[in-house]
Design a protein. Structure first.
Lengths: 559, 186
């Protein structure tokens, strides 16, 4: 029978197994992130060719190492920890099958170590995407498979936990919004991990010589069913945390939960076909197929993000107005708790995700405009906006709550923690915008030497790009330092920080829920400030949209 | 509430006027973007082709070699230079880590490119116009191009294709008149 402790800060009952597994998965997440960050700084100073620190084999090797640790291990370890938290602690419920929880963790940890060892030993110089017929050592594919199977078990345990909580009467008819968002993430995770199995198992057999060949077009199609859908798990988890943080920091919630929940439903229904936008300039798939799928069936999944783009800030605005910051359009915005590192992380993540990741994502993901960005650095700039500022900064931010609540330690160097999110935001923003600009000059991603030294011809990319490389480098240094600061704060806090003995030791506020408003429908506008902000966003989007089509129209005719 | 179940009646709460307005605006933009892509196929001049044939590295190598034999006009750094006729088929083979030929095209004329790979995946990236397509082994990607400006274009590989990826660079030259060939040393 499981044992609980009752949290003296939140009042939640915390299952012992959940706490242990949560801690282990979170620690491994941070280790993966450290590996990814060390890789990142080496890559920045190699691509910035004034330094060119790595040799070419090591550059391509580290590209793979950075990618797989940042995009797979860090995020999935963190998400499994989050899924356990959301399906037990938040519901005051217990962990359904502790032994399977351990099995999941052992498989994931083994897969993680095996994969990284294979990459670092030079047995998997295929980069993260490992497009066939490039071939890695069988143990590399096996590592990924073990990790994915472990993660799939973890996702299954999430469903088990929810079912158990239902059975034992811990949840009523409706899940809390945060857990609901995780449910959406978990459903997409099942689809993602099954695609992963579908592509990695035959590839593993092929690397062993048991399967003769793998069709490259088929590989790309199914691999992206894994690779892109994995990012949609992040989106759901991330948006769930955005709502969670509004609740923790301000006590507020979505001004209309029905709207927010429908948006999550749209993600589940439509986003799985999004992986098509990786195949827009591929042979083997037709334009009809591309247009329908890349638009996620007429952009219904983009619509979901647009809905959250209003729903999340408006939940802050509505809460602030009820707390008394009701003057004018933006008083609520100015008076937000910007000094709370969890809150500033999340708010900056929203801005970066929308303005950098979202805008570029939608435009670059259109069938024709993809021609002028595919495989250039602009693509990397796009996903620095979504995955790094969006997901990673969100996960880093919420950790400032999880350290005291789940590790029961105070955050050391709290003043430094307050500036860390801002450093990270400006660093990655500079890096991402630099990459987007470089990509527009045609500079390829994953490329060791854009002067082509030793090739039959040489080429000079636009000279203006020299200045942009400096911005790129500065952004890289700033975000790397901020990342180190975050890792140091978290590691020192967790292992050596002063213990948390009660609410008096909590450095971050936890607000009481504001509850339902008494007169909910009286005002004409619930969030006028948010409406103005979203209109600014839409105008920015449209400007960039038409610019890209104009650039496209200037190139050769293609049909 | 994100940590608590929502208060009863949440499902019947009316959507606020500003939120409703935003959702309508966003939906309109989304639908418009969908039709924009389709309309660009009708009115726009840059559309990826839907034509692909199965091939094999052996077959495509043979096709490329005979294409080079028929159209070769010289050599540039050991790479054959070809000048195919307008409206004709052009075969370009990518392999670790070279493009099969330097191609001379005429401005404002259509060419039917066939692009495939002998080994792994490559990226066909034409600079400085920044036009990018994927190259697969076993697939012949058929793309019609009509260059709109004269000059020298570089063909960069922008899909990781192994350890010499950054050495893979080719060339396309666009001329208006054959007298310009001398400017490029052909």
């Amino acid at each position: 029978m499981s044992t609980f402790r009752t949290c003296d800060i939140t009042g939640f009952k915390v299952d012992n197994t959940t706490e242990k597994l949560f801690r282990l998965n979170a620690v491994f997440a941070v280790v993966s992130l450290l590996i990814a960050a060390l890789g990142a700084i080496l890559l920045v100073f190699t691509r910035w060719q004034d330094f060119h620190v790595l040799s070419s084999p090591w550059y391509y090797r580290i590209i793979g190492l950075h990618g797989v640790n940042a995009l797979v291990f860090w995020i999935v370890f963190f998400e499994i920890a989050g899924l356990y938290f959301g399906s037990t602690v938040v519901l005051n419920s217990r962990f359904c099958a502790p032994k399977l929880g351990w099995l999941s963790f052992i498989l994931m940890a083994t897969g993680f170590i095996l994969t990284d060892v294979m990459i670092l030993s030079g047995n998997a110089d295929v980069t993260m995407t490992s497009y066939v017929p490039l071939k890695a050592h069988p143990l590399y594919y096996l590592g990924i498979i073990l990790f994915a199977v472990g993660a799939l078990i973890g996702v299954g345990l999430f469903f088990g936990n929810i079912a158990l909580a239902k059975k034992e009467g811990k949840v009523g008819k409706t899940l809390p919004l945060f857990t609901y968002a995780l449910m959406a993430a978990a459903i997409i995770a099942v689809l993602t991990l099954l695609s992963g199995a579908l592509v990695y198992v035959p590839t593993f057999l092929w690397s062993l010589g048991l399967v003769e060949s793998i069709d490259p077009a088929w590989y790309r199609l199914v691999w992206w069913g894994f690779g892109h859908s994995a990012q949609q798990i992040n989106v759901c988890a991330m948006v769930g945390i955005w709502y969670l943080s509004v609740r923790l920091v301000l006590g507020g919630s979505s001004i209309n939960e029905k709207v927010s929940r429908v948006a999550f439903l749209f993600y589940i229904l439509f986003i799985s076909i999004a992986s098509a936008h990786h195949l827009l300039v591929d042979p083997a798939v037709s334009s009809t197929w591309k247009v329908w799928n890349t638009s996620y069936a007429m952009y219904l999944a983009v619509l979901a993000s647009m809905i959250h783009a209003f729903a999340v800030p408006s939940s802050m605005e509505a809460a602030q107005r009820r707390l008394g910051h009701n003057k004018g359009l933006f008083d609520w915005l100015i008076k937000l708790p910007w000094g709370n590192p969890a809150f500033s992380s999340i708010t900056l993540a929203i801005i970066g995700f929308g303005f950098i990741g979202g805008i570029t994502g939608v435009i670059y993901g259109m069938e024709q405009t993809n021609i002028i960005v595919h495989n250039t650095l602009a693509i990397v700039g796009h996903f620095k906006g979504t995955v790094v500022i969006g997901t990673t900064l969100t996960f880093m931010g919420i950790t400032y709550y999880l350290v005291p609540l789940m590790f029961r330690r105070k955050i050391v160097a709290f003043k430094l923690a307050k500036i860390q999110p801002w450093m990270f935001f400006f660093g990655i923003a500079l890096l991402a915008i630099g990459m987007i600009a470089l990509g527009m000059f045609g500079i390829p991603r994953r490329h060791y030497d854009i002067a082509f030294t030793g090739g039959p011809f040489t080429y000079d990319f636009n000279l203006v790009s020299g200045f942009i490389w400096v911005l790129f480098g500065l952004g890289g240094v700033l975000s790397f330092l901020s990342m180190l600061i975050w890792i140091l704060i978290v590691v020192v806090s967790v292992f050596f920080g002063p213990r948390v003995n009660g609410p008096q030791d909590m450095q971050l506020a936890i607000a009481a829920p504001l509850g339902e408003e008494r007169t909910p429908h009286k005002r004409k506008y619930e969030a006028p400030g948010t409406l103005v902000l979203t209109i600014i966003f839409l105008v920015t989007f449209l400007v960039f949209y038409f610019l890209n089509w104009k650039w496209l129209a200037a190139i050769w005719e293609i049909q | 509430m994100s940590l608590e179940a929502p208060p009863s009646g949440w499902i019947h709460k009316k959507i606020a006027r500003d939120e409703k307005g935003w959702i309508i605006a966003a939906t309109v933009v989304c639908i418009a973007m969908f039709f924009w892509m389709i309309l660009w196929h009708v009115y726009g001049k840059q559309n990826p082709s839907s034509v692909t044939y199965y091939t094999t590295p052996e077959e495509f190598t043979t096709l490329t070699n005979s294409f080079i034999e028929q159209n070769q006009i010289g050599e540039d750094n050991g790479i054959p230079v070809v000048m195919p006729k307008p409206e004709s088929d052009v075969f370009l083979l990518a392999q670790m880590w070279r493009w099969s030929s330097v191609i001379v095209l005429k401005k404002d004329e259509w060419y039917k490119f066939h692009i495939s790979s002998k080994d792994v995946m490559h990226g066909f990236s034409v600079q400085p116009i920044n036009m990018n397509f994927m190259v697969f082994p076993n697939y012949d990607y058929v793309l019609d191009f009509k260059p709109n400006k004269t000059g020298e274009y570089m063909v960069v590989c922008n899909e990781f294709c192994g350890i010499g990826h950054h050495l893979m660079i080719g060339k396309i030259v666009v001329i208006e008149d054959e007298s310009e060939l001398a400017n490029y040393g052909y």
